[in-house]
Design a protein around this ligand. Structure first.
Ligand code: ADP
Ligand code: MG
Length: 695
């Protein structure tokens, strides 16, 4: 606890209202202000001669008013002609008052800052920042670049600058506050400035630093902060992992295990791929090692992760432990329920399904069964774990599509099965491929297994990119596809943030397609339907009582209907590539060719065209993720829906990927040589969320 963790309310000019507004920017304590960096800078350190201006320049100029008038032509505007010794330029205001009009009398000296643009009559500046110069000798230049901060409604740039300035002055007075925890040799080796110097530079860079370099993140001060932030996250996850190693866990070595496994493998309608067998071996080792397993299984869509998790469940059951399976959506949980019910039908245990919607006696019975141990496997969404569910002997937690859950949720779950020093094993699965370096950071608390092989017989999905104008052709294609006895998905992707709009769009589309395709049985599924209704629709589609399923992106994860070999995705340009790849993974599960039609709205930007091209040309989730990262930056790779993604204040994984190797190296060094800096670093960068390191 020091001044950095004091509320910003102690600063002058920060009342209750400002406090609330700052909170919207994620700023609560003084330390938050320190790391609230400008998103751009303005250079008011020099005065440009007007003759040297070109459109697009952001410049400070100085001169006198030649002429001023209100022009009623078109939109009413106040127009002022300003000159210096070299030339003249127009200043134009659409919002103005009489006072301004009077102030800008001919002959008045003014200084002006703004962006130069091409007007009808030569160059002009729209709504410049300007001030009257009372005396020729007044210097209007600034000695440093001017920071421009991300704002929120009700807080202006000037006000925020003053508040930040106070925070920085505080740090400059008390040098303990920005103590350097990064080992000195690292600073030297990379020519990084001290933390205090970096902070001072970024909030008020001196004129020698170029605005471009700052904006591109290409200055040592910024790199140094990004480095420290990444290091702190990595250290925090690693710490949590080290702590986990000190716990004990059940040993899954039931006496009847070999027989049970044989029986299980016999019920499977296929044999396991080499990759599946390898990952299963890794899980077996973990589950008999007396420390809690913390393993992530990564595998492309359709690589067969579910059966691998079922195998782990089998190990737990045969050793007399219970298993909890958590999925991010009800649809997916229901599907797991179907699979696990079949696979474990021959075993002497109950497989039950629990969501928030299971109520009354049914619920009581399930909770009773968990408490007395007659329920062996429970499957549900995360709601399941927020309830007061008590297990008799929880030995294994399986989390599917881990990227949908937050790190904290994952950690908190472990406590469910806590008994003294014992913790359950944890197996988490994700189909979202992320580039290796990213994975090493994001999952530094987990061991990672990769299923890098698809079951045999899978053919690549043939993807085409088609403009929405060709909708009629697409509909013809659906017709002939259904005539051949096959089924189709039609996915309406809309703005990710709006589930309501997405559902409405899907409803509308279903109506239109029903009209356009009278002979075809059309059904609709979306996230706002009741769970039981969704289940009915999915069952009907599975049983081929429905030919064409119109859906929102709820079917993104897990749905498995082999006869559906054609998917149309509407507005694919609005989704992240990895998400599109996941969606597309719903087809290509049966025999024969399968197709995905990406039907975009015209016009398509160049980048969007390139991105869809990546998807057309590759079926490999990892390749797609890497290329997407090159093109767009990591926010996109992860997809905004991934609550599990770590969000950074300063680091940008696309820009700062080059730091990750050093981060790992230095983290090792810190663990061995200076573990005392771990806690302060985590406190500084993760603040309140550091708690999870303590779980
Ligand atoms: P995902 O990794 O995307 O979760 P699933 O576990 O849903 O994939 O598996 C996709 C499909 O592949 C399922 O129908 C599953 O039964 C099938 N499958 C899994 N493993 C194999 C295998 N070794 N051989 C053939 N089919 C398999
Ligand atoms: Mg799956």
């Amino acid at each position: 606890m020091n001044e950095l963790s004091q509320s910003v309310g102690v600063l002058s000019g920060v009342g209750a209202q400002t406090l609330n507004r700052l909170e919207k920017l994620g700023i609560r304590v003084i330390g938050d202000l320190i790391f609230h960096l400008p998103h751009r800078y303005e250079d008011r350190t020099r005065i440009y001669p007007i003759a040297s201006l070109m459109p697009g320049m952001m410049v400070l100029i100085s001169g006198w008013v030649e002429f001023v008038d209100v022009l009623p032509r078109g939109r009413k505007s106040l127009v002022c002609r300003m000159a210096d010794d070299t030339s003249s330029i127009t200043l134009r205001f659409f919002h103005f008052n009489a006072h301004q009009h009077n102030q800008l009398k001919p002959g008045t000296l003014i200084g002006c800052f703004g962006e130069v643009r091409q007007g009808f009559n030569g160059l002009e500046i729209l709504h410049p920042d300007y001030r009257i110069i009372t005396h020729r000798d007044v210097d209007i230049t600034e000695s440093r670049l001017t920071p421009v901060y991300p704002l929120t409604e009700g807080i202006g740039q000037t006000a925020l600058r003053k508040i930040v300035k106070q925070a920085i002055n505080l740090c400059n007075k008390n040098t303990e506050l920005l103590m350097d925890w990064v080992p000195e040799k690292v600073l030297k080796q990379h020519a990084y400035p001290t933390l205090a110097a970096a902070i001072n530079t970024l909030h008020a860079p001196d004129e020698m630093i170029s605005v471009e370099a700052l904006q591109n993140g290409n200055v040592p001060a910024l790199k140094r902060l990004a480095f420290e932030e990444l290091l702190a996250h990595h250290l925090s996850l690693r710490t949590s992992r080290n702590k986990a190693k000190q716990w004990q866990a059940p040993c899954f070595n039931g006496a009847n295990q070999p027989i049970v496994i044989e029986q299980f493998l016999k019920t499977l309608p296929f044999s396991l791929t080499g990759a599946q067998q390898r990952v299963i071996k890794e899980i077996e080792v973990d589950c008999t090692s007396l420390q809690p397993m913390m393993r992530l299984v990564q595998g492309d869509v359709g690589s067969g992760k579910t059966v691998v998790s079922a195998y782990a469940a089998l190990l737990a059951l045969s050793a007399g432990y219970q298993v909890a399976v958590m999925a991010p959506t009800e649809l997916l949980a229901e599907q797991h329920m179907r699979n696990f019910s079949v696979w474990f039908a021959g075993f002497n245990t109950q497989v039950v399904f629990l969501t928030g919607q299971v109520k009354g006696n049914a619920r009581k019975e399930i909770l009773q069964g968990l408490a007395d141990g007659s329920v062996g496997i429970i499957i549900g969404t995360h709601a399941l774990f927020q309830e007061s569910v008590n297990f008799k002997r929880l030995g294994l937690i399986i989390i599917d599509e881990q990227h949908r859950f937050g790190v904290n949720q994952r950690m908190a779950l472990r406590d469910k099965g806590q008994q003294g020093n014992m913790r359950p094993h944890q197996l988490v699965m994700t189909a979202t491929p992320i580039p290796r370096t990213l994975a090493m950071l994001q999952y530094s608390d987990l061991d990672v297994s990769i299923i890098d092989e698809l079951p045999p017989g899978r053919k690549p999905i043939i993807t085409s990119v088609i403009p929405a104008e060709r909708r009629v052709d697409v509909i013809d294609r659906i017709n002939s596809w259904v005539e051949k006895g096959r089924q189709v998905y039609w996915v309406c992707a809309l703005i990710e943030e709006s589930e309501v709009l997405e559902c409405e769009a899907a409803e509308k589309t279903a109506e239109l397609l029903t009209l356009a395709l009278p002979k075809i049985r059309v059904a609709l599924i979306h996230g706002r339907m009741k769970s039981a209704d969704k289940e009915l629709v999915m069952q009907a589609f599975k049983n081929h009582q429905v030919d064409l399923l119109v859906a929102t992106t709820v079917i993104e994860v897990g749905v498995d209907v082999p006869n559906a070999g054609l998917m149309v995705i509407e507005n694919p340009e609005r989704l992240g590539l990895s998400q599109l790849h996941q969606l597309r993974g719903r087809v290509g599960r049966g025999d024969g060719d399968s197709y995905c039609l990406l039907m975009y709205q015209t016009p398509l930007s160049d980048v969007a065209r390139q991105r869809l091209g990546i998807l057309r040309d590759s079926n490999d989730g990892f390749v797609i993720a890497e290329k997407d990262l090159e093109l767009r930056g990591p926010g996109e790779v992860m997809g905004t829906r991934q609550t599990g993604a770590i969000s950074f204040r300063i680091a940008d994984l696309a820009r700062d990927a080059d730091l990750l190797d050093t981060v790992h190296e230095i983290a090792e060094d810190i663990f061995t040589n200076s573990p005392q800096v771990i806690q302060p670093l985590c406190d500084r960068w993760l603040g309140a969320s550091t708690d999870y390191a303590e779980v």
